[in-house]
Ligand binder design. Structure first.
Ligand SMILES: C[S@@+](CC[C@H](N)C(=O)[O-])C[C@H]1O[C@@H](n2cnc3c(N)ncnc32)[C@H](O)[C@@H]1O
Length: 285
């Protein structure tokens, strides 16, 4: 039976608020995630997944199980970092990046005589998003790619996802959105799946990075994707993230959010919309 504290001679279980505060401290200290930055209802739903799995009805009981079993924290972090992704997720957004954003960025680079091209996929999960960007860039630049110094930074807080990303190996089903011609050109068959070819892999730098606890580290970016991460965050953390993107993007740089995300309130003044439906924005020149 969970009995957490002894007060005035009475043994008492923690209230839901106390249990949550302790759980948050533990997850922050040992897992590096600050649960207060994520929407409360979302966190509760994710915790409920683990509570159901362990059959612990109260948060206090779950906390006790978490403290007792060192194997539980990785499982909890797993459900807290939803890392579903796919290649060319929401293809229309990638179409706009290929047909509008990249030509615009490249025209400006040429005008400025600048060859450095920098992109950042924040919350890159298992690498599908940054590899999709790398493929788009190769398709857009073709033989002129040699004239540019292209770097795609790809970061995530989840170490396991990053390991998969660096492997660059995917089951066929993950590549449903990749046109056959691109599949043949940029992947090689291996066992039951496909592996990203080295020329694509070589364009992406993967790094473990907690966007909300660490300095942004990259700047002078031409395009940032922050897709399907913002949806989990509290409005004030969303706003902080958008301020950071404004600071680290070059003038004329692009910000791509997820389809169900968007700029709220004052953040709308920072960026101009490029595609409202696809949540693509540009920092004014
Ligand atoms: C649903 S996936 C989105 C993947 C990809 N951007 C896409 O749209 O397909 C969300 C990713 O954000 C990552 N994430 C959550 N909190 C983060 C944080 N504080 N810093 C960096 N990445 C984070 C998760 O680990 C997860 O891999």
């Amino acid at each position: 039976m969970p009995r957490e504290s002894i007060q005035g001679g009475l043994i008492s279980t923690p209230t839901k608020g106390e249990a949550f505060a302790r759980l948050r401290d533990l997850v922050l200290r040992e897992g590096g995630l600050d649960l207060y930055q994520y929407r409360e209802r979302w966190v509760e739903r994710r915790l409920a997944v683990r509570q159901r799995a362990l059959g612990t009805r109260t948060l206090g009981a779950y906390l006790e199980a978490l403290q007792a079993d060192p194997g539980e924290l990785p499982s909890l972090l797993d459900v807290l970092t939803v890392n579903v992704s796919e290649f060319f997720r929401n293809p229309q957004a990638f179409r706009i990046i290929a047909e509008y954003a990249l030509p615009d960025i490249l025209a400006r680079k040429r005008g400025q005589g600048v060859s450095a091209l920098r992109l950042w996929s924040v919350g890159c999960a298992s690498g599908e998003e940054p590899y999709s960007l790398a493929i788009l860039l190769r398709e857009s630049l073709r033989e002129t790619i040699a004239e540019y110094s292209v770097l795609i930074y790809a970061t995530d807080v989840d170490r396991k996802s990053l390991e998969r990303a660096k492997e660059g190996f995917y089951p066929q089903a993950k590549l449903a959105q990749v046109p056959e011609a691109l599949r043949r050109k940029y992947f090689r068959p291996e066992g039951r799946g496909l592996r990203v070819r080295d020329e694509v892999k070589g364009m992406v730098i993967f790094r473990e990075h907690n966007f909300f606890l660490e300095e942004p580290t990259f700047s002078r970016l031409d395009l940032v994707t922050f897709r399907n991460v913002m949806i989990y965050l509290t409005p004030s953390v969303q706003r902080q993230a958008l301020d950071i993107f404004y600071q680290i993007l070059n003038p004329g740089g692009y910000l791509v959010l997820g389809r169900v995300e968007g700029l709220q309130g004052a953040a709308r003044e920072l960026f101009e919309p490029v595609s409202i439906s696809e949540r693509i924005y540009r920092k004014p020149l």
